[in-house]
Design a protein around this ligand. Sequence first.
Ligand code: NI
Length: 140
Amino acid sequence: MKERTQRFGVSMDDTLLKKLDAYIASKGYTNRSEAIRDFVRENLVEEEWKADRKQVVGTVTLIYDHAALELPKKLTDLQHHFHKEIISTTHIHLDEHNCLEILALKGKGEKVKAIADRLIAAKGVKHGKLVMSTTGKEIV
Ligand code: NI
């Protein structure tokens, strides 16, 4: 479905506008509109994560040493336990010791956050991060 595009004016102080222009130039935006659309989308996605009933999508990135005692088993146990929310996992052997695991999660925001916290907090995880994204259904 093609959305209709509308134009609207935005009033802003010189100082704030200068900062906005410097920011969008540093990020490589070609115009203010695309930057402002991204700001709006970012905030809407944040709201989706706060909502009780909305489904969200997120990815968890984990770096760990596969020789870390008990950790691979614990991560697998968590993935089986939360199989409804953890919809995909990719495991990459980075070198002789280190593993990169990327998990895709879908579900209610609070639940996905709680699962991500448990994965990231597992003993032996060197670095972990949740990227909070969206199903895209309500974001254009
Ligand atoms: Ni590995």
